[in-house]
Design a protein around this ligand. Structure first.
Ligand code: TRP
Ligand code: ZN
Length: 463
């Protein structure tokens, strides 16, 4: 499913960092889908030539042996004639690949699974590819040294994939530009709970195992999929009309994890009011005991916490459901569109709940000396994927929005945020799109403002 916005020239010096590299025409004419989508940080993530509509994941995992026996069925539409195409998959033994039920030949090349269907695919046609694979999931180590993907825990696995963990457990068109719906059947030993995205359809016991079926009916970027499993206490409640699923590892129950998650209903109501209706048909959160992971992730409808989160972290992850998950970036160097918006969301939540004003939070960030890396590294050009989640993206990103708020006034500012969401729901955006919207709504010329805040490697002084 794709709603692709063209990446238009971004303002300022970092424009090159956010432009897409288009697949070489030579590969397109030879009928092979390109092996990557040319993301400036992860050029091989995602593939060209098709557009995924739906993933059906069938996973059987045993923690004792750390063994995953799985098959993934992908429904996609060819966007060009395809003699062969790629999926992203790391590790595992692939036993069989079919395309439209006919056996296909395949080769492995790093993170690329190269599939040659028996019958070439015609542009515009829908096709179904099924990949059967098994083995020990490979841990994906990020450029910043953190681990992601299928991360084994004491009693299961903590499954988080931003930005490139998904191919560590399922074959994907691993790029946020290609969103799709998902269903998952996760089979685990009896007594283990497995939590996927979306709504719980059923839970069935058979032969000492339990299969949990989940369905996410809104388009989802591959990195937001999850299948976290382990010993959990699962509680189902409601936020308005949508079901909320809260799963907590027994080790974290005593830490007050359920109380933290209980705040979600009010947080969802708050942001629905401020930004527009909650994007998805379910919600919730999973508090695992995996402190070695060291971060939380806003997996679609089920934020993942490696341990009991702070109240602010819950607010942060919930706000990502609007900004990051529904309104998604197009290229990873625009990560401030996720993290800056989520950090600003924490600030405005505090302001409207008797805490410090967003301006006070801004003032604290602004007080940092000019030598701080939040000023020397601009949010849109942090210096490489190893700095994707560094302070500038969060704090200077949020400060950019608060500075904009002051510049255009509250009425216009919140209109901009509401429209940003309304116009781009389930879509993909760029920084240039945001600048354009802010200019349109405010009637102000804002190139210099955004250049100072987002592109210059220096502390803004006037804006
Ligand atoms: N997006 C996460 C957040 O809510 C942070 C995150 C995802 C992260 N993957 C990471 C942080 C890897 C450090 C390393 O902010
Ligand atoms: Zn975040």
């Amino acid at each position: 499913m794709a709603r692709r916005h063209l990446v238009r020239a971004a303002v300022g010096v970092a424009a090159a960092a956010t432009s897409l590299v288009v697949a070489a025409p030579a590969t397109a004419t030879s009928g092979a889908g390109s092996p990557g989508l040319g993301d400036p940080y992860f050029p091989l993530a995602g593939n060209g030539g098709y557009d995924v509509r739906h993933y059906s994941l069938d996973l059987d995992y045993v923690r004792a042996t750390n063994f995953l026996d799985a098959s993934t069925t992908i429904t996609a539409r060819a966007t060009q004639d395809l003699r062969r195409f790629n999926l992203d998959l790391r590790g595992f033994t692939v036993s069989r690949v079919t395309v439209n039920r006919l056996p296909a030949t395949f080769t492995r090349d790093g993170q690329e699974l190269v599939v040659t269907p028996r019958v070439p695919l015609r542009r515009g046609k829908t096709f179904v590819v099924k990949v059967e694979y098994k083995g020990e999931p490979t841990e994906v180590i990020d450029p910043d040294g953190s681990s992601e993907g299928w991360v084994p825990t004491a009693d299961g696995a903590f499954v988080v994939n931003e930005p490139q963990g998904s191919p560590g457990w399922y074959p994907a068109n691993d790029n946020p530009r290609d969103k799709a719906t998902y269903d998952m059947a996760i089979t685990v030993p009896k007594g283990i709970t497995a939590i996927g995205n979306g709504r719980l359809l059923s839970k069935r016991d058979r032969g000492g195992k339990t299969t949990w079926r989940w369905y996410e009916d809104s388009p989802m970027a591959p990195y937001l999929a999850t299948a976290t499993n382990g010993v959990f206490e699962l509680r189902v409640s409601k936020a308005g009309r949508i079901p909320l699923y809260h799963a907590v590892d027994p080790a974290e129950v005593a830490e007050g994890a359920f109380d933290r998650l209980a705040a979600e209903a009010e947080i969802i109501a708050f942001f629905s009011d401020l930004y527009g209706p909650y994007p998805f048909s379910s919600g919730g959160g999973v508090v695992d005991h995996a402190p070695e992971v060291g971060y939380a992730l806003e997996s679609q409808t089920k934020s993942q916490y490696d341990s009991t989160p702070s109240a602010g972290t819950v607010v942060h992850e919930i706000s990502h459901q609007w900004f990051g998950n529904s309104v998604s970036l197009t290229v990873w160097p625009d990560i401030w569109l996720n993290e800056g918006f989520a950090s600003f969301s924490e600030w405005i939540y505090d302001e409207r709940h008797g805490g410090p004003t967003a301006q006070a939070s801004f003032d604290q960030v602004y007080a940092r000396p000019a030598t701080s890396s939040i000023w020397t590294r601009p949010p849109t050009n942090v210096g490489g994927p190893q700095f994707m989640f560094s302070g500038t993206v969060y704090d200077r990103g949020a400060a950019t929005l608060q500075a904009l708020r002051v510049k255009v006034g509250d009425r216009t500012f919140f209109r901009i945020l509401r429209e940003w969401y309304a116009d781009n729901r389930n879509g993909n955006v760029t920084t240039a799109d945001f600048v354009r919207l802010a200019e349109k709504r405010s009637g102000q010329q804002l190139d210099a403002f955004f250049d100072t805040w987002l592109y210059q490697p220096a502390k803004p002084t006037t804006w």
